[in-house]
Design a protein around this ligand. Structure first.
Ligand SMILES: NC(=O)c1ccc[n+]([C@@H]2O[C@H](COP(=O)([O-])OP(=O)(O)OC[C@H]3O[C@@H](n4cnc5c(N)ncnc54)[C@H](O)[C@@H]3O)[C@@H](O)[C@H]2O)c1
Length: 496
């Protein structure tokens, strides 16, 4: 009998009021059912938002360092449960155990980082134009925050949102992805066990219907979303109409540039990890390899040889390098893009097919795939495939490489391999992306640095770093006049 899981609303575990559920399955062995989760309705969302509203006054009044103490304890619990959560995450969404341990570690780092920032949450003071007047800014929570997340970092990405939101005194309604509900629940469980009061964090499972109800709910003051650019655009439109604050972190089509002077051993390691780690299902995946013509043939040849050695399998097995795609729709999408690449005239030099070796038939495994002779306007060079498919483009100069790198609608991360500092700095300045790596692949984030993208990847906000606290707080400007008389700004200080 598969386990039946519930929502967590106002301190109580509850089934969906509609009685509907959805199945959570292991993508490495699709016949393995993990459990049934509630398919939440607008009524469930409403209950969760009301619980968050009820809990808000006491939570925002609690001194921030005391809120931080609970977050720090949650970090301790995540650390104690790291392997257990990582095992469950691998079973649910497929990436290998060493990667899911990293996912949990990112949440631990974020918990400690957010906890430490509760002792700062700076406003500032500045001199007044007028005598005997004191000026300052303070930060206040935004209110109830709706958190909607993708499945591929099912603990790390929600933690980027939930920890800073709570640190700032907001209450939260969290809707994890329907492809990774169990991992999201384990994160919530750690926060509850750390002592969060009822209603401060509410968990509602479900699909687009639940997400849309959360976005539309008038009691939700801000939405923090991570997912595809298509869904993000829709959410951004609704939030605009409702005058609701929203942070959107969306898709990527990230380039890795290799110049003629690069250390090719380093390049190979970096590209293998960047393109095929998490089966290419990262927003920051290296999906375009832009090679200087002087190193093109050597890199392609060595890359194909190395990628052939990668072992596909269940991520909970010791020797697995690459896990499965997340679900049947993802497999179909990757297959479609391979056909499209061939039709567009790109040349397939590796993979291009589902892997059905013994032991893999019941999962959605896809062989590492490399296309060469890709040109910038091809759809496989323009669109996010979200699978282990690398498009290789050949260029003859740094300027051309940057132009090609910038020729897509996305702008999350970009990378350049070179030993020439001047060229590296030129790329840092000119690449249109929120993150640039020099001599490292396009992936990897640290909790205390901002993370996010430009163009159609983001809407100007950032996760992580100090910047994240700007999203979860309203700035209030305070003028205190202790002169004992009316002082008129601009009028009593006029110079002419
Ligand atoms: N930039 C980043 O930080 C980042 C990080 C991870 C993943 N991603 C992106 O996420 C995508 C993959 O994740 P996915 O397949 O889960 O994305 P998705 O857009 O399909 O779903 C994301 C979340 O939105 C919800 N949702 C779907 N339709 C909705 C609607 N109409 N209203 C409200 N909520 C709705 C889903 O239930 C899910 O929880 C990729 O594009 C990837 O690049 C971005």
């Amino acid at each position: 009998m598969a386990t039946i899981f519930h929502n967590y609303i106002g301190g109580t575990w509850l089934p969906s009021s509609s009685g509907r559920t959805f199945e959570d399955r292991n993508p490495a062995r699709w016949s393995e059912l993990i459990g049934h989760f509630p398919q939440s309705s607008a009524e469930d969302i409403n209950q969760a938002v009301e619980a968050a509203q009820k809990a808000l006054p006491a939570w925002r009044r609690l001194p921030a360092p005391q809120r931080g103490e609970i977050l720090r304890r949650a970090g301790d619990l995540l650390r104690a449960r790291k392997n257990e959560i990582a095992r469950a995450m691998t079973r649910e969404m497929g990436k290998p155990f060493f990667e899911t341990r990293g996912d949990v570690q990112e949440a631990i780092d974020t918990a400690y980082y957010a906890a430490s920032e509760t002792r700062r949450l700076f406003g500032y003071t500045v001199p007044s134009e007028l005598p005997n007047k004191f000026n300052m800014t303070i930060r206040q929570p935004v209110g109830v925050v709706g958190v909607i997340t993708a499945w591929n970092f099912p603990v790390a990405v929600p933690s980027w949102k939930i920890f800073p939101a709570l640190a700032c005194g907001n209450t939260v309604v969290f809707k994890p992805s329907e492809d990774a509900p169990h991992s999201g629940m384990l994160l919530v469980q750690a926060l509850l066990d750390a002592g969060l009061p009822p209603g401060v964090l509410n968990l509602v499972h479900g699909n687009a219907e639940a997400g849309a109800a959360l976005v539309e709910h008038p009691g939700v003051n801000a939405i923090s979303f991570t997912g595809s650019s298509e869904v993000g655009a829709r959410i951004g439109g609704i939030c605009g109409r409702l005058h609701k604050r929203c942070s959107l972190e969306m898709g990527g089509k990230n380039p890795l540039i290799v110049l003629e002077d690069a250390d090719l051993d380093l390049v190979l390691e970096g590209v293998l990890w960047g393109a095929f780690g998490t089966t290419g299902q990262r927003c920051t995946a290296t999906s375009r390899l832009i090679l200087h013509q002087a190193v093109h043939d050597e890199v392609v040849e060595r890359l194909c040889a190395a990628a052939r050695q990668l072992r596909l399998g269940d991520g909970n097995q010791e020797d697995t390098n690459i896990g499965p795609l997340i679900n049947p729709a993802a497999l179909e999408k990757v297959q479609r893009y391979v056909e499209l690449g061939l039709k567009e005239g790109a040349r397939l030099v590796l993979g291009g097919q589902r892997a059905t070796d013994p032991g893999l038939e019941d999962g959605f495994f896809f062989k590492p795939t490399i296309f060469v002779d890709v040109t910038p306007e091809m759809r496989i060079a323009q669109e996010e495939i979200f699978g282990p498919v690398l498009s290789v483009l050949k260029v003859s100069s740094l300027e051309e490489a940057i132009k090609v790198a910038n020729s897509v609608r996305y702008g999350l991360s970009a990378s350049i391999y070179t030993r020439d500092l001047t060229k590296a700095f030129q790329a840092i300045q000119e690449l249109e992306s929120g993150i640039v790596y020099v001599n490292a692949p396009t992936i990897g984030a640290e909790a205390h640095l901002p993370f996010g993208g430009v163009k159609q990847t983001g809407n100007g906000h950032r996760e992580g770093g100090w910047e994240v606290f700007d999203f979860y707080t309203e700035t209030k400007t305070v003028y205190i006049d202790y002169s004992g008389r009316l002082q008129r700004a601009q009028i009593d200080t006029a110079q002419d």
